[in-house]
Design a protein around this ligand. Sequence first.
Ligand SMILES: C[S@@+](CC[C@H](N)C(=O)[O-])C[C@H]1O[C@@H](n2cnc3c(N)ncnc32)[C@H](O)[C@@H]1O
Length: 307
Amino acid sequence: MEMDVDEKIKLALQECGGIWCYNIDNKFKYLYPFTTENIAGYINQFDLKDKTFLTVGSSGDQVLNAILHNCKDISVIDLCPFAKEYFYLKKAAVEVFNRKDYLKFFCYSKYDKRYNNNNALCKYEYNKIREVLDTYDQEVAYFWNTLYNRYKGLKIRKRLFSFDETEVKFLSSLNEYLVSDIAYQNLRNKISNSCVNFEVDNLFYFNSDKTYDYINLSNVIDYCSFELFGKLINQLIDHLNVEGTLLIAYLYLVDGNSISNQLRMEKLKIILPDDVQYFNFRSVSGIRLGKFDSHDSVVTYKKVKKI
Ligand SMILES: C[S@@+](CC[C@H](N)C(=O)[O-])C[C@H]1O[C@@H](n2cnc3c(N)ncnc32)[C@H](O)[C@@H]1O
């Protein structure tokens, strides 16, 4: 679905002003400020160096972590209309801010122990990165400048973003590029050479001739029927290069013994190819509980050469 910058600005201004006219499901209209997954828990399982990668993810964190892993060609398809704009904002911030100031600019929820960060996306800090933003893509710069001319950063942060936000103290455990100042500097060294393309679209209408070495479906499975999801898997396997990997699903709290969790696993097994793999790792037990003590899992499929 083509959407030009004026259309995006109109939607964003309406949303900041409390009106929303974009005809998509509520759960896709907001940007995720950061990933809600433990990307650091699984990314080392994949060899991304010089590979082609397709992903969803409006937070941009799947992309930033992939760049850190030397991925060369990244495509993002997401229903959220502002994923590209947000990625470039993060990219500019990585180039200009240190790790602490980066977190201070983007984090809102429970930033300082119990308190939210009322300086999130503040204009004073934005002004420090706007020139860099302009050098990447003038339409993206125009998008943010127009929003900032009408609304305070905090309003933009509250209105355009999901409240599904992991506490700042866990973000560095989930994202390799935030693990240390060295990792963050590594990302900065690599980010200017990254090649990232964005499309505002529904993955279920995926229609491209391109094939990829790695495809990440995040937890899209949580937003659709199992039947539809099964079809999507088969379709995407056709777009996977030989030796390529499809991350079929990110599963939260796999060590939870709830009946719904067991049922979900049973249903999932029916629709998946036989040769999938499960990989468990430690993660955050939920935004409310806020402990790094549960286990999440990724389900993956590797395409092998047929003899
Ligand atoms: C599955 S969601 C939840 C956040 C995710 N766990 C993360 O850490 O980024 C990730 C992204 O998938 C997008 N998404 C979900 N279903 C989609 C679909 N059918 N087509 C395109 N994007 C989709 C949402 O807009 C959201 O930005």
